[in-house]
Design a protein around this ligand. Sequence first.
Ligand SMILES: [Zn+2]
Length: 300
Amino acid sequence: MVDFSDKMSGYSQKKLQIMVIMAHPADTFDHCGGTLMHHVRKGDHVTVVSVLQGVRVHDAVVSDQLRYTGGGQKPEEAKAIRDDRSSIKYKEVSNACKILGIEDVRFLGVEDKINLVNEPNIIAIAKLIREVKPDILITHYPKINMGIGQHPQIGTMVVHAMGFAGSIDFDDPNPAHKTAQLFFAFPDNYNFKATALDADTTCYCDVFVDVSDVVEEITRARNCMSSQQYSGNYARKSVETSFGVNGNRMRTGYAEPFIRYKPELLYYLPLPERFERWANEKEKDQLERRAYMVAPYVDL
Ligand SMILES: [Zn+2]
């Protein structure tokens, strides 16, 4: 006889291990930092991983100065520049994550060039998944710009790695690990179609986390990224115009969007209490909540 006695059980009550695997150092917290902070406060463990060094894009020296003077440096000199810039960035990310309560911050240190989807990187990510054993994985949406670019390429590699981590690797002493759920964090092509390829891609976020209570921390975390010139007003503006926009659409102050990779199997249809309460509320109450604006005024 098959036992269906657990069919009415709801969402998991255990302490979760959440693992975020993103392309660049700042991506580890700037797509979903508020959500991660909620989980840390709840007692869950959060591990964030940046696969690439992230010095080729958004770096005040490599991407914003050297591009005018060109390459051709001796290999040791080029390596020294990359190491120097990435160590500054890693420090900033660790500080940003500290604000959000995240202590487990890892860098795979892959040099960022084009970084097409490739087997060695997938194997390295799978190894990390077998080591950390996440209940929930978070990565980039693989269909951003129809899969072209470092964000969707890393997202694609994480999906492959999640599958491969579920079986053993003879080069990895850790046992296989299957991850229960994967979420894609705030896709670049959700609110704005930046290219013709974005316009061609369907993108629908089906889960939003209300992060209105931690907007100050999210803004201060972003402000840590001076090496890529995110500090100051850009930190305020980018939080307001991304999570503020999503919050407004979801009838709250600030929200972080996600896409569920796997559909959920439940016993009852889910209805958030707030949806029930908000369905017939006064417009005045709704607009007051949506008008909550903090990011532009955070003291940095
Ligand atoms: Zn990025």
